[in-house]
Design a protein around this ligand. Structure first.
Ligand code: PLP
Length: 374
């Protein structure tokens, strides 16, 4: 079976599994315990992973807070900033219509708590328009901008460099959901001073599920930007995120980050050439009966969002399932028509004809031969 749903999740890299196993077995210490070797080993392993993840994201090691993944990081950051900094005259948050539900639903929740939420429209490929962002920043006092870096359905990249410059100019906090871009484009937060907060999950780059990070960066004076924690308790992760650390998962994420960084340039090239190969196969096989919904530029390599004209996507995905695993869109909301495709102006029929192919750099071009037998 050919797995082409890597935006939903990726298989664990074999070296990640090997790195994790000792921490599921003999190295079971709690990193918050003290003085004995098991605890010290666990603490060392956590801090070592933190370094690898910081290297991958190009930020400071102490900006990294371990969470259970991007859903939690998005919740923690948006709710945490809103609660700590949301004073009555500044309860405005800007986001977009193509965010992941773990941002959109939090915004809905914050709206119910008295925040005003502005949803930016997007262009035909799902990118926000900078002039609309700037107009809002100019006219409405704003607490936070939260914009996805790379879209999980279309792969479109938002112009993050320009967005962070605008947020710096208007002195507004910026959070980005980077879940889909880590490991697929270069992320160097030290060159993007205007990004204050970032979320990502390990399982999108061949790490384990159930672990991710919230990056909480310092302000221009080098001081931490305070946020109210989502989880209160034992005070782990500098009080930002209480709860015993999942050491095995954190070790896995660290190893995945190390491998990802080492191979990044080569993997980006590989993803691009695999994407082109897949595109050629689809065009040869289906000709005029397919339409690509995504752009060819400014996108995450390895994601293709394709309409099969007149073919119901659920039926197609089910028919392909024994041979090729693909999805009708985001794994989290595949039962509803995609809000992302609606936002780029597709009709319900066009959305019902659309499936997403997402490639991993662990694949080989020969793996696509399976299409010949369909
Ligand atoms: N944000 C984006 C863009 C995603 O694609 C996903 C998962 O698909 C998430 C957030 C949530 O990640 P997790 O389910 O690991 O918490």
């Amino acid at each position: 079976m050919l797995y082409l749903d890597n935006s939903a999740t990726t298989p664990i890299h074999p070296e990640v599994k090997d790195a994790m196993l000792p921490y599921l077995l003999e190295e079971f210490g709690n990193p918050s315990s003290k003085y004995y070797t098991l605890a010290e080993n666990a603490k060392y392993a956590v801090e070592n992973s933190r370094k690898h993840i910081a290297n991958l994201l190009g930020c400071d090691t102490d900006d990294i807070i371990f969470t259970s993944g991007s859903t939690e990081s998005n919740n923690m950051i948006l709710k945490g900033i809103a609660e700590y900094h949301g004073i009555s005259e500044n309860k405005h948050i800007i986001t977009s219509r193509t965010e992941h539900p773990s941002v959109l639903e939090v915004c809905e929740y914050l709206h119910s708590k008295g925040f005003k939420i502005s949803y930016l429209d997007v262009d035909q490929f799902g990118r926000i328009k900078l002039d609309e962002l700037e107009e809002l920043l100019q006219t409405v006092p704003t607490l936070l901008v939260s914009l996805i870096w790379g879209n999980n359905e279309l792969g479109s990249l938002n112009p993050m460099d320009d967005i962070q410059k605008l947020c710096q100019k208007y002195k507004v906090f910026l959070h980005t959901d980077a879940t889909q871009v880590v490991g697929k484009i270069e992320v160097s937060l030290n060159d993007l001073e205007g990004i204050n907060f970032l979320s990502c999950s390990a399982h999108k780059f061949h790490g384990p599920k159930g672990v991710g990070v919230a990056v909480l960066r310092k302000d221009s004076l080098g001081l931490p930007i305070p946020i109210t924690p989502l989880l209160h308790g034992g005070g782990q992760e500098k009080n930002y995120r209480s709860g015993t650390l999942a050491v095995h998962n954190i070790v896995g994420m660290g190893k995945a980050a190390e491998i990802t960084l080492k191979n990044l340039k080569c993997n980006i090239e590989k993803l691009n050439s695999l994407e082109n190969a897949l595109k050629d196969i689809l065009i040869k096989k289906f000709g005029n009966s397919i339409i690509f919904n995504n752009d060819t530029e400014q996108k995450i390599p390895g994601i293709l969002n394709v309409q099969f004209v007149g073919i119901n996507n659920e039926i197609l995905v089910k028919k392909l399932a024994p041979y090729i695993a693909v999805s009708t869109g985001s794994a989290c909301s595949s039962s509803k028509p995609s809000h992302v495709l609606q936002a780029i102006g597709l009709s319900l029929n066009e959305i019902r004809n659309t499936i997403r192919f997402s490639i991993s750099s662990l694949l080989k071009q020969e793996d696509f031969k399976i299409f010949n037998d369909l």
